[in-house]
Design a protein around this ligand. Structure first.
Ligand SMILES: Nc1ncnc2c1ncn2[C@@H]1O[C@H](COP(=O)(O)OP(=O)(O)OP(=O)(O)O)[C@@H](O)[C@H]1O
Length: 520
């Protein structure tokens, strides 16, 4: 029997001034189906989903919900029509509690004699969290105390509480650890089996092919094709996405895990509330990977090494080119006669940047980018030192630097003056990566660097990282994506419960399951 259509988009067009983000898109979304949506960064996936879920108005076209005209004015309106979406970036408000976030905009359901019945709100919030087996969480905690993954889980609980008939998940799984991914896959399958509709946006093609019943491909705002599960073919899907045949290696192809002798950063006996006695060295010309589950502490290591999180005990040393003081320079010179590198304590972000450390945070929208500033301003911000001549930065230099970075990473935008906040998720990620590459940084700490980035640009990023390694850069990649760690690292450290549990040297026989054994 044919599946019933739940939602239909008819010739939808969305324009942002001169940019046409969605061009004449007509899709049927069925009950009892997980529909995947794939396409290069900026191809219009989030925009069409945002129109369906009331976040954005359409420019033209029509939406039909179970055969009737549907025109959501807001996400709350969409939710009343049983449509919920998990957005790519943080969809919660840090200062509000978990319970307040879950019922944001719907507090009215808890009014008793004109005031909010907090106790009942908290009880209902606990019920929402129980839907994702998270029932023991303290719902009065402010959300800023949670990590990125926990915040995503709160959003998922909120969406499910309202029993959606259409559940839209926009590029969320790459922000989640192995367990979080399993959870969201299970939830999507459960909804599908209950004859609900699911729309799932991801750049992870193997994941989409595993989970989805059908896959719709978008390119440059256009709907290219919809493919049924029986017809899934990786090469054909990739080709439809980019409009050309993709060839060549994704990751580096060598299995030589060697690197320079020179230590560029050293972490000595670091303890924080989560980390326990972390010791590691990052060498010149090395790509060091760190993997683990989201609560393992791997993201905290990046923050500690960039001076953003102060350890309770222990220290982080960077070997930089700049002598910290005349006296220390003399002493350091003696120790490191050959290299002319000077050990310095990473006390804060300023010392990290002064010693040529670059950092891409997992939480890019809050920590790495300035949304209101233009692409150019974001790109040149960390490069100011390099561009400044006698303390002056020439506009022409800024412009050519930004243009080069945009071209290298194929940033899709109307121009370098476009505010970063207007870019698609993957294009924001490219800017946050481009900020540090090509400026003065010789040490790169990259937390989930390819999150939300399409296959073509991922390849470019991997090639770039490999070329930087060969030029002697020291690169730390922190990632939930084990194939990425295996594919790129000279050495991998696996973490569990705040400790390093094992180390793996680059080897062609290394497999995901070998790493997972030390994570769980
Ligand atoms: N508020 C906005 N103002 C101007 N342009 C915008 C705005 N939001 C999106 N765009 C543009 O619309 C296009 C489609 O963006 P969209 O976010 O839908 O892409 P996407 O396929 O979801 O990409 P990604 O995979 O990177 O998340 C992009 O060119 C983007 O820059």
């Amino acid at each position: 029997m044919d599946k019933p259509v739940f939602l239909e988009t008819k010739n939808i067009i969305k324009k942002f001034n001169e940019v046409t983000a969605v061009n004449d898109v007509s899709i049927n979304i069925y009950r009892g189906e997980i529909r995947g949506l794939i396409g290069e960064n900026g191809s219009g996936k989030s925009t069409i989903s945002a129109i369906i879920s009331g976040l954005l108005p359409k420019t033209a076209g029509e939406l039909m919900l179970q055969g009737a005209s549907y025109n959501p004015k807001s996400p709350l309106d969409a939710r009343d029509n049983k449509i919920s979406m998990i957005v790519q970036e943080a969809g919660t408000i840090g200062q509000l509690s978990i319970a307040e976030n879950i019922f944001l905009g719907d507090e009215v359901r808890f009014y008793k004699n004109g005031v909010i019945d907090r106790k009942r709100m908290q009880q209902e919030a606990e019920k929402a969290l129980a839907l994702i087996d998270y029932g023991d969480m303290d719902v009065s905690l402010p959300v800023y105390k949670l990590n990125f993954e926990q915040r995503k889980l709160i959003e998922i609980a909120r969406a499910l509480y309202y029993e959606p008939e259409l559940f839209i998940v926009d590029e969320t799984t790459t922000a989640l650890s192995h367990d979080g991914r399993q959870l969201i896959h299970q939830l999507m399958r459960k909804l599908r089996d209950q004859n609900k509709a699911v729309l799932f946006i991801s750049h992870d093609l193997p994941e989409l092919m595993e989970i989805c019943d059908a896959l719709t491909v978008m390119r440059d705002g256009n709907l290219i094709t919809t493919i049924d599960r029986a017809e899934f073919d990786e090469h054909y899907i990739k080709q439809s996405m980019v409009g050309r045949v993709i060839e060549g290696n994704y990751y580096r192809s060598d299995f030589d895990g060697s690197h320079g002798e020179q230590v560029m950063m050293r972490v000595n006996g670091v303890h924080t509330s989560l980390l326990q006695n972390i010791n590691l060295e990052l060498h010149q010309g090395e790509i060091l990977g760190i993997g683990g589950l989201s609560g393992s502490g791997m993201h905290e290591i990046g923050k500690v090494m960039f001076g953003e999180l102060k350890p309770d005990q222990g220290e982080v040393i960077v070997y930089g080119e700049r002598p910290p003081s005349r006296k220390q320079a003399e002493a350091a010179k003696h120790e490191n006669d050959q290299q002319q590198l000077y050990p310095q304590l990473v006390k804060n972000v300023q010392t990290a940047i002064a010693n040529q450390i670059g950092y891409v945070s997992k939480n890019r929208d809050q920590e790495t980018l300035i949304m209101e500033a233009s692409i150019k301003e974001n790109l040149v911000l960390s490069a100011l030192d390099k561009l400044a001549k006698f303390g002056l930065i020439l506009p022409a230099q800024e412009k050519s630097f930004a243009a080069k970075q945009m071209q290298n990473l194929n940033v899709k935008a109307s121009g370098m003056n476009q505010p970063v906040g207007e870019l698609s998720g993957g294009n924001k990620q490219k800017v946050s990566f481009g900020k540090w590459i090509g400026n003065n940084s010789k040490i790169l700490i990259l937390d989930s660097p390819t999150r939300g980035v399409d296959v073509g640009v991922k390849t470019t990023m991997y090639q770039l990282l490999y070329a930087l390694k060969q030029q002697g850069y020291a690169i730390l990649i922190i990632s939930e994506e084990l194939p990425e760690l295996i594919g790129m690292s000279d050495r991998i450290l696996i973490m569990k419960d705040g400790k390093i549990t094992n180390q793996f040297i680059r080897d062609e026989h290394l497999s995901e399951s070998m790493l997972i054994d030390y994570m769980i």
